[in-house]
Design a protein around this ligand. Structure first.
Ligand code: ADP
Length: 201
């Protein structure tokens, strides 16, 4: 299995990962999205979903047999033991699927988009990590308006993730996303050129 150069894109919820990834995709860079992979490994018929079902019973499934994410979230919310059981089950499956998907990428480099890149040690498989930098006030605002949730709930999710400053400390490059979309795209294009140039050295 050959793997391309892997560039990690790390950023908390609402930092702009999906928006930035769309632009990378438009300029020909393929990506693997850890959130999509996390959904894939618990899809109907998966080993992970079977094990979750065995542990928590029928109430963990929706009528159509798919995972009831809301029920699962409520089980692990205040229960570190159950959270760690679930992570022990899903994280290895996620890591495996991420490498399978990365190995099929044919663009000059691959983007690994991950809300918990450092938290799950997936920075270890990256050749370079870009951290998205957004002031928390803007991040909160964007999450609240995108997901139509309260400041309190947005804040709760952000509290489970590394802070911007910690993420930036651990990254190789920083992409600042407090301006508008055009400004963001221009910065991404500049960064893309820089990465390509560094590859041709
Ligand atoms: P993430 O994938 O990191 O959770 P998104 O890319 O979905 O974040 O961005 C969160 C919200 O902020 C979305 O509604 C998106 O359209 C908006 N957004 C992202 N970047 C910008 C920007 N530079 N200017 C204005 N809105 C933005």
């Amino acid at each position: 299995m050959t793997t391309p150069t892997i560039i990690g894109l790390a950023g908390g919820i609402g930092s702009g990962k999906s928006t930035i990834t769309k632009y990378f995709n438009n300029i020909g860079i393929q990506s693997v999205d850890a959130d999509d992979v996390a959904r894939l490994v618990v899809q109907l018929g998966s080993t992970c979903l079977d094990q979750i079902h065995q542990r928590y019973g029928d109430s963990i499934l929706l009528d159509d047999g798919n995972l009831n994410r809301k029920s699962l979230r409520s089980i692990i919310f205040d229960n570190p033991e159950e959270r760690s059981w679930l992570e022990g089950l899903t994280h290895p499956a996620i890591r495996k699927e991420i490498s399978v998907q990365l190995s099929s990428i044919t663009s000059p480099y691959a983007l690994l988009v991950h809300p918990l890149l450092f938290e799950t040690n997936q920075d270890a498989i990256c050749d370079l990590v870009i951290a998205i930098d957004v002031p928390e006030s803007i991040q909160l605002q964007r999450v609240m308006s995108r997901d139509n949730i309260s400041r309190e709930n947005a804040g709760k999710i952000m509290a489970t993730q590394l802070s911007n400053s910690e993420r930036i400390k651990r990254a190789d490059l920083v992409l600042e996303n407090s301006g508008n979309i055009d400004e963001m795209n221009a910065k991404v294009f500049k960064l893309h050129k820089k990465i390509l140039e560094s590859q041709s050295c």
